[in-house]
Design a protein around this ligand. Sequence first.
Ligand code: DON
Length: 305
Amino acid sequence: MTDYSGILAEIYDEVQSHLRSGKVADYIPELAAVDPGQFAMALVDLEGGVHSCGLAHQGFSIQSISKTFTLTLALKDQGAHLWDRVGREPSGSSFNSLLHLEYEEGKPRNPFINAGALVGTDCLLAGKTPAIDRVLQTLRRLSGNEKIEINPRVANSEQECGFRNAALANFLKGCGRLDHSVDTVLSTYFQQCAIEMSAVDLARASFFLANQGVPLGESETFVSANRAKYINAVMLTCGTYDSVGDFAYRVGLPGKSGVGGGIIAVLPGQFSVCVWAPGLDAAGNSLAGVMALEKLTTITGHSIF
Ligand code: DON
């Protein structure tokens, strides 16, 4: 049996001197105040054992990690029709880029860049339950933590400064790609990004992607094993923006990052993991977080490759 707890303790020590090399996201003013010296990692093995180090129970802003769960819900609602509205190819550009949208007639490259996530949120708004309530309920159920909430200060902060997202949403609407109003889509999107969860919460919530679609502590599938495969494939190819190649090379796992400094990753059939270190690299991924995941797969020899 792999000694995951011992390995996480080793990783904790090794990343300490790198925590302040990254730069916290400052385009969302509320996130600029976060101390970059913090670190947490949590791993759930296939037997449901939770291994962790650092500030593993401290909540942080999940930001774009929410896109994995909104993609999951949009696929549950729309099935393969979702791919008529959003692609599943890497964008090769930054997460908030407007570049491809004009010459691709408003069809975003994938569901993990901001434009694609706005389309995903628009899909969820068609449901009976208010979209943001459904996202929260899903995250609470999958993580087993009923206390998960939105941080309204972060949501407002992004609402006030989300000029690029507003440009993306307006462009999508202009191309007839959104069914709901720009304001509704944006405010729902900002709220989903402002949800706060801990590394333990997120490792537990991602477990179904490592376990053929069956959530932690449950016996029925949340999504089919095949759909879990599809979601993992999109994480592998699009989950870390224009450094997706570097992430696959170094870490060798499907993963999804957020500018709050969190990254989730899974090794199907083995574990789900979440790392949090708020300092980011130039692409917007947690600098020490990627390093920690690289160490995990290097020390254990466990990756998808
Ligand atoms: O839309 C934004 O800019 C943020 N709410 C989320 C961006 C994000 O997390 C991208 N991740 N690397």
